[in-house]
Ligand binder design. Structure first.
Ligand code: G4P
Length: 304
């Protein structure tokens, strides 16, 4: 990563007041649910996690959904799932746009809630009540998309009816699950510069809040290390890529015909092309966080 990253990161995002409020809403809602679905971005599972989630949810069971798996490197996603399994955490890859992986997610959630539903039965309940769940994740990770996908046609609109209080809304999913309509929004690890950069790459941090040209420089540097062939293929570049990211950006701009008056390369346009390509999967399936390997996680990966 580039040196002096401090100056290219956004200064605005989450103020302490926001954090306290978000945390309070989540803590209140947690009392109502049996299980938490922690939504992470499959391309950056480490960077899109909230460092304090474990402490906030305490001993509430959680399942990790690696969303946007359609954009991530599937081999690395498998490594992440194995790595979580080695830590005793269930994880599943999901694509909230198509619904891929959601059946498995629902099944795991119901299984994790059984501790509660069985307890109610043992206390004399006649039939098990539905498992209750809420989705938690950082902005832009796909919480609303997943809720919509899970809800499908079942989404209720009771709040629009006069006289109905805008209390908690539960969405029934199948016979055994109820999903809280309002997701919990948490903040990522902003104090870590590398994390902040990765969140800018994926668009989780607003483009307007960062020095985009410098961020694209770091992105190209990272891609040049991890997936150089993808850059060559997409932008029809031959041989060695320029070592300087700005030279590489200019080359991409030239190849794409991003020219200003007098033949000057429009790097602003070139960087927009690069990020649009990355975010829409045109640079292929890319993962920018890799899990730490342990003997146990490697074993799990083979067993997947
Ligand atoms: P949030 O509630 O957590 O803030 O996230 P939201 O569902 O609004 O999703 C953020 C963006 O990510 C949306 O794109 C959404 O379409 C996209 N997205 C969500 N899940 C997936 C997924 O599994 N795969 C892919 N490829 N994209 C996903 P957007 O450009 O902001 O909005 P839109 O133009 O798609 O409406």
């Amino acid at each position: 990563m580039a040196e002096n990253n401090e100056k290219i990161l956004p200064t605005v995002q989450w103020f302490p007041g926001h954090m306290t409020k978000a945390r309070k809403i989540i803590t209140d809602n947690l009392k109502l649910v049996d299980v938490v679905i922690e939504l992470l971005d499959a391309r950056i599972p480490y960077s899109s996690a909230n460092p304090m989630l474990k402490e906030i949810i305490a001993d509430k069971p959680r399942v990790i959904a690696l969303n946007k798996a359609d954009l991530a490197d599937p081999a690395i996603t498998r490594q992440w799932i194995a790595s979580f399994k080695a830590q005793g955490i269930k994880a599943v890859s999901v694509d909230a746009m198509t619904g891929k992986g959601t059946k498995q997610l629902v099944a795991i959630t119901e299984e994790l809630a059984r501790y509660k539903t069985d307890k109610l039965l043992s206390k004399g309940a006649i039939k098990p009540r539905a498992a209750r769940v809420m989705i938690i994740g950082i902005p832009n990770v796909g919480k609303s998309s997943l809720i919509n996908r899970l809800a499908g046609a079942a989404r209720t609109k009771t709040a629009d009816k006069p006289g109905v209080t805008r209390a908690k809304q539960w969405i029934r999913i199948g016979k055994n699950l109820e999903l809280l309509d309002t997701p919990g929004i948490l903040w990522p690890k902003f104090e870590d510069m590398t994390v902040g950069l990765k969140l800018s790459f994926t668009g989780a941090i607003n483009d307007e809040a960062v020095d985009r040209e410098q961020v694209v420089g770091v992105f190209l540097e990272t891609m040049g290390k991890l997936y150089p062939q993808r850059l060559r293929e997409r932008y029809k570049l031959d041989g060695e890529l320029p070592a300087e990211p700005m030279d590489l950006l200019e080359l991409i701009g030239k190849k794409r015909g991003c020219l200003l008056k007098g033949g000057i390369i429009d790097t602003e346009k070139a960087q927009r092309i690069v990020f649009t390509d990355f975010r829409s999967g045109k640079l292929g399936l890319v993962s920018l966080d890799v899990p730490e390997k342990t003997a146990e996680s490697e074993e799990n990966e083979v067993a997947e």
